[in-house]
Design a protein around this ligand. Structure first.
Ligand code: ZN
Length: 132
């Protein structure tokens, strides 16, 4: 399967280990301190290679893949940064602001459910945008 097949594949739930493996990049020094993974569609950047066996982390990053895909990628990052700014004003705390970005709220709330992406509604993250 070529790379373009991945990029245009709508359903990123049932990737095989090999398929997913091709999209995982190990970047020891590129990630901000304290972060284990970062998703920039279609790639998942991980701090070390053992993390790809961490099912909760991988599910978290796959939720971000889905969010990015459904927002056509660039708008995802613009909105992510914009909301992070708003949350920083709201919480005055870097980590709290990050954890309360609606994309992160959705990912953290559902990362432990391995079947979440199978039934996740389109633009589901929007349910997590409340101010509280
Ligand atoms: Zn996240």
């Amino acid at each position: 399967m070529g790379t373009s097949d991945f990029i245009y594949r709508k359903d990123n739930v049932n990737w095989t280990v090999k398929e997913l493996d091709d999209l995982i990049l190990i970047v020891k020094y590129l990630l901000p301190r304290g972060y284990l993974g970062l998703t920039v569609y279609p790639f998942i950047l991980l701090k070390n290679k053992n993390l790809k066996f961490d099912e909760v982390l991988m599910n978290h990053e796959k939720i971000h893949l889905r969010q990015q895909l459904e927002m056509l990628i660039i708008p995802f990052f613009l909105f992510y940064l914009l909301e992070f700014g708003v949350r920083l004003i709201q919480y005055r705390n870097w980590n709290l602001a990050y954890r309360n970005i609606s994309f992160e709220r959705e990912a953290y709330a559902n990362e432990k459910d391995p079947d979440f992406l199978k039934s996740r509604p389109f633009w589901n993250w929007f349910k997590y945008i409340s101010v509280s």
